[in-house]
Design a protein around this ligand. Sequence first.
Ligand code: AP5
Ligand code: MG
Length: 187
Amino acid sequence: MRLVIMGPPGAGKGTQAQVVAVELGVPHISTGDIFRANVDRGTPLGEEAQRYMSAGEYVPDSITNAMVRDRLSQEDCTPGFLLDGYPRTLEQVNELDMMLLADEHRIDRVIELTVDTDAVVARLLKRAEEQGRSDDTAEVIRRRLEVYFDQTAPLTAVYTQRGLLVRVDGMGAVPDVTGRILAAVTA
Ligand code: AP5
Ligand code: MG
């Protein structure tokens, strides 16, 4: 099962992907988490990525694509994977297609978590208090949402056209949302 989970910042991609990936027995691959791990370790990739992340901008496609290509080539991805936060641009969609095509693979389904914008801002501001993620400030959250609606939301049309997109209501209790996703994936 090769899955993608999309949705604006705070939609619950990471929260849900963690559980869904275990249910499906595939690795959860979050580009945001990989970037943050590199920032924490102070790697050159982390230093480069941090410049964009702290402003709420996307890390350049060339960097992001190379990182994902490397990750997907690892053995645990052979049975499938759950991509969280990738692809986010048309160039990333095309690059992902190329990566998979080499092994005659393709994406099986794309889940779009739909949420209320005011509610996700509130979720992220709450997380800022609890965890202090450096891009969870009011200003950067606003920018992340803008970038999402500008650059990533249009990609749903691409996956709709391919018959792969399933919209899932991301509001409500976490387990309820998980149930909806699993129903959508196994349908
Ligand atoms: P990334 O880490 O992907 O951040 P994001 O898209 O802004 O999304 P979040 O991780 O903030 O939200 P989420 O949807 O995962 O929700 P979560 O489960 O955490 O990317 C960060 C940055 O990295 C980007 O800005 C960019 O710079 C760079 N980057 C990453 N991928 C890239 C790419 N492909 N190309 C270029 N650059 C890239 O939940 C949020 C909060 O809500 C949590 O506190 C959670 O506990 C809570 N919550 C979750 N579900 C519920 C619920 N049902 N009810 C109540 N609260 C809930
Ligand atoms: Mg996340």
